[in-house]
Design a protein around this ligand. Structure first.
Ligand code: GZL
Length: 341
């Protein structure tokens, strides 16, 4: 009995000491964290970034580029959100940035339409909006400050011009050339632009037959599924135009499963977009005939734009990142070793 009694007093004593400590330091602990965060936010430029997803190698590199740019060392407080390919998630994220009164909003719009209302809300809140990678289709272009991305129509034309040259080299300027197209997310700038650009060239060639264009969502899984469908419907495909490398990887798997070959010496020519490291390895070994680069390293460009805005300098409405076209002839070991994505 006595022993139990003495234990009980000890336990109560320890609890009392703990409660007193928490009362003395607990609030300081939370206050310190709150105060520090608040101080950091006050001393830094707060940027809210809504990334559309993580569907591809390009997207991963694009996200890394942004996160490497907007660091505390560079004077920024980054609030980042991954919308997982859903526009409603981007709308929610942007409204959250507005309510947090960030200094800038940056986002890569998953599709071009449906942004007027939220951009008007950002404008009324006095928060500049910068588009990254893809763009928006709005009547009032004052709803965003600038867009840092790619010229997707030009990318599509580059693909068409390469095919023109290749067919000329092969002497195939008259006989029918059967083409299938794996398109990216319907209504995205990259899908719209690459399609328009390639069609501008294709429409000049009566012997080019675009048998079918079908969305494969910029993913390798869907690229394989859609390519399987093409192969089941069309026995004599000459060219696959695949609007990103991830879909290309899936399509090549499907073609090889069908017993056909791909690339420089294959049954089916492969035209791809993005030029991520894994795809450039396949360009170098002749599996992919040509890869139209889409440069995801936009963080530095975005930093420069915000520096200009902070300094009160005027900025252009559109900045295009530098991009190349890769074939077996110009993919060097050095390029492969230095590739950051
Ligand atoms: C292009 C970008 C596209 C890439 C895909 O700038 O929007 O989205 O080509 C990515 O890899 O999914």
């Amino acid at each position: 009995m006595f022993r139990k009694k003495s234990y009980g007093i000890a336990v109560i004593g320890i609890l009392l000491v703990l409660v007193l400590m928490l009362m003395m330091f607990g609030s300081r602990l939370f206050t310190d964290i709150d105060e520090t965060t608040q101080v950091e936010k006050e001393n830094q430029i707060v940027v809210g970034v809504s990334q559309l997803g993580s569907e591809s190698g390009f997207r991963t590199a694009n996200t890394e580029s942004v996160q490497n740019a907007f660091t505390q060392e560079n004077g920024y407080f980054l609030i980042y959100n991954n919308a997982r390919q859903r526009q409603e998630n981007q709308l929610k994220a942007i409204r959250s940035f507005i309510s947090q009164r960030v200094d800038y909003i940056i986002f890569s719009p998953v599709v071009e339409t449906g942004w007027e209302t939220v951009l008007q809300e950002a404008k009324e809140a006095g928060i500049p909006v910068i588009l990254m990678d893809r763009s928006v289709d709005v009547e009032d272009e004052s709803l965003y400050v600038t867009c840092v991305g790619s010229d997707f129509v030009e990318e599509g034309e580059k693909a068409g011009h390469w095919l023109e040259q290749e067919l000329r080299k092969r002497g195939r300027t008259q006989e029918p050339v059967n083409i299938v197209v794996l398109t990216g997310t319907e209504g995205s700038s990259s899908q719209l632009g690459r399609t328009v650009g390639f069609d501008l060239v294709a429409n000049k060639h009566e012997n080019w037959n675009i048998l079918e264009q079908k969305c494969a969502e910029f993913t390798s899984t869907r690229g394989k599924e859609v390519m399987r469908g093409f192969l089941s419907r069309y026995p004599d495909i000459d060219v696959v135009v695949s609007q990103n490398d991830d879909m290309t990887f899936g399509a090549i798997e499907a073609i090889k499963e069908s017993g056909q070959t791909v690339g420089v010496n294959g049954d089916i020519m492969i035209i791809s977009f993005d030029a991520v490291a894994g795809a450039l390895e396949m360009v170098a070994d002749g599996t992919i005939n040509v890869d139209i680069e889409c440069n995801p390293n936009q963080g530095e460009y975005l930093l420069q734009v915000i520096d200009m805005l902070e300094a009160g300098e005027p900025v252009e409405k559109q900045y295009y990142v530098k991009e190349d076209v890769f074939t077996m002839e110009n993919v060097t070991r050095e390029i492969l070793e230095e590739r950051s994505y």
